[in-house]
Design a protein around this ligand. Sequence first.
Ligand code: PMV
Length: 366
Amino acid sequence: MRRLSFASRAPSNIALIKYMGKTESALNLPENASLSMTLDALSTWVEATPSVGSEVRWIPELPRVPEIERVGAGAAFAAPKLEGKGVERLARHVERARTQAREVFARFGLEFDADAASRGLELRSANSFPAASGIASSASAFAAITTVAAHSCARDPDAFLRALDDVDFRRALARISRQGSGSSCRSFEGPFVYWEGEEARALETGMPALAHFVLLISSEEKKTSSSAAHLQIKSSPLWPARLQHLGERTARMTAALAAGRVSDVARLAWTEAWEMHSLFHTAEPPFSYWQPGTVAALQWLAPFFESNSTIEPPIATLDAGPNVHLIVRASDRELWRARISERFPELKVLEDQPGAGAIARVRSLA
Ligand code: PMV
């Protein structure tokens, strides 16, 4: 029998309208629609190799894919540290993905190999960025895991690769992925993805070519997980108001993206990031992801948003972490790189660009 190895590289994504708060915890259904930009180099590779038995095992080694040798966005790919609970969550998701793949395959005319689906899997994974630093490693990891888990159930692995060109097939995988990690459902398409309820889909936009920077203020593990944050923000007195006005901000953001109005996108994203962190800061009990470096970066950025600024503001945002993401016109990449390094010469900065979502590979092992 041919021994195959399945690999997927999925990018992270950065939300401009945040997913924060769930209506349904078990299924990761969001309280509000969110909108993100899919990244490219900031990504996770996962390799799945069928093994004897039925166990899903996580091997703390780099995936064996030739591309892994290439350095990611300012950082080499490195295997994450994963322990007890993390491994369990991953194994549970593999199980879920393989179970749900059967119905998805039937809809898309792919043959489901029940024997292959019950075989054990060895998983190896690597991130091109530090885990748990607010660069959403769970989004890229779960998108890649969903893809390899489903791929490993295909009677014809090449037919699976062809199916991945169909945007509806990607959306079906994204639905499965969402149940493992909500924001991962936005990592199957790009560059701009709108997620509402069960469906994530790419948006047509008039945005120019863009460049992305992460001011890496800290790569330490965060103290409050995003799962905890999704629950705790509902105790903030600001929460009811957010639910009321967010639809309008999201509609304005969608319109600004469609028209390619960078400055409007920047202003809306800036308010949105502050609002999400204000929820954190006003929850009972309050919590914060900010560090002194975060405050310094926000203070540096604020004048670009003032009405008398002559410089177009960057699209600046933060996820549930201390690091600050900047998205600027690709034509201004050098300019912003220079501005950042002039103001923060000590800071490590990751660089990326918009991307198109998860990819998959299959190869024969000797
Ligand atoms: O997918 P989760 O449960 O890790 O939630 C991620 C939430 C944020 O990153 C803070 C915002 C977002 O929309 O990505």
